[in-house]
Design a protein. Sequence first.
Length: 196
Amino acid sequence: MAERRPTPLAKSAQCGTTRMPWRALGLGSSAGEARDVPDLPQRGIFISYRHADALPHARLLQVNLRERFPDAPVFMDLDSIEAGLDFAKVISDAVNSCGVMVALIGPNWATLAGEEGRRRLDDPGDYVRFEIRTALKRGIRVVPVLIEGAKPPSQQELPSDLRRLARLNAFEMSCDHRYQYDAERLMSIIDRALAR
């Protein structure tokens, strides 16, 4: 396999200020240009996150991943899935095409509630739960990334189909002066996962 030459991370990006167009795996370069996900080697990167909990971090990470791994497709968001497509199938196909999933976990990741006051994580149809469940079931490498001082979720906090997540070693990521250092370490982990 040819050696990849990763590019350095952008040093000008700041948390919460980077707004880039989506580049979802096989779904077009922006929302409204979605297509079915083609059969691709397991080289993609899937970013799983909650909008209310980690949106700025997810966008910044997406920019860094594109710059560091320009040949690796990045799937980030359901906003990139065209209306009328089966989101479960598109997500499932995207996860299958990925070599690694980065699960961003903020302080409210496990406790955020929906409109009815029910914890989102308790809904079997919750997008984040579906994404991580699919990756765990398929044996995709899942890297829990803790942001904003979040603690790893305990097995008691997780539904039964996600309890394996609590056993995975989590990576702590800051968004202050340590961001560059933490991001470089995370990119190295992702690079090793994609090389397998």
